[in-house]
Ligand binder design. Structure first.
Ligand code: MG
Length: 218
């Protein structure tokens, strides 16, 4: 089982499911040739996909086009179903930084066939996470900047307030479709600037006041 580590706390959460939002920044939807969605686009990752900041991503043998997607990650702290917007906000207990590693060649092929994105999104090491900050220790304003650099060069940089669907709206929507439970994670989508990584690349992600993560591709 994978756990989430909380900064400045002995609290630990066992990760349940990981719900991910696609196309949550307009410029990113456009860069991949997608329409801007009317509702959040959702997919899942297994908890077995998690690695922690400092560990390396193993390039899967079945892809030649692995992309980085830096994202704000929500930690769910209580069970919610059919939540109101207030209950949804209340169910978010912490924030972290995550990388939704994506096999773009596989995903494009799956999209063409109308198949689920599973094998493009669920491989081992495909969810890199930082430690988390509790909401009780930091109030998110959405003015925070999210960024990712590869080998020291900035590839993605945006304000969180450019998200099409904000954290509580995402949780409200997910909870109308499935129960969210303590320890579930929600990846909230990536800003524009996604791109290919190569073996040997060093990736550094950050969200102002939330945290940092580092990894390398092996
Ligand atoms: Mg993503």
């Amino acid at each position: 089982m994978k756990t989430v580590i909380i900064r400045n706390s002995t609290l630990q959460f066992t990760v349940g499911k990981i719900v991910c939002v696609g196309r949550n920044y307009a410029e990113h939807a456009k860069e991949l040739g997608n329409e801007i969605p009317e509702k959040p686009v959702l997919f899942l990752k297994p908890s077995s996909a998690i690695i922690y900041s400092g560990a390396k991503i193993i390039y899967p043998a079945f892809s030649k086009d692995m992309h980085h997607e830096i994202e704000l990650v929500l930690l769910i702290g209580k069970t919610v179903k059919n939540a109101s917007i207030t209950e949804a906000e209340d169910a978010i207990t912490g924030y972290g930084v995550g990388l939704d590693m994506t096999l773009r060649d596989i995903q494009n092929d799956l999209k063409k066939k109308g198949h689920p994105w599973t094998i493009a999104k669920c491989f081992d090491n495909s969810a890199v996470v930082s430690d988390f900050v509790l909401k009780s220790d930091y109030k998110l304003s959405l003015d925070e900047e999210i960024s990712l650099s590869v080998n020291g060069l900035v590839r993605q940089k945006e304000k969180l307030n450019r998200m099409l669907f904000h954290p509580a709206e995402i949780v409200e929507y997910i909870s109308s479709l499935m129960t969210l439970e303590e320890g579930d994670l929600v990846f909230t989508g990536t800003p524009a600037g996604v791109g290919k990584v190569q073996v040997g690349d060093r990736l550094a992600g950050e969200i102002q006041n939330i945290g940092k993560l580092e990894t390398a591709v092996n």
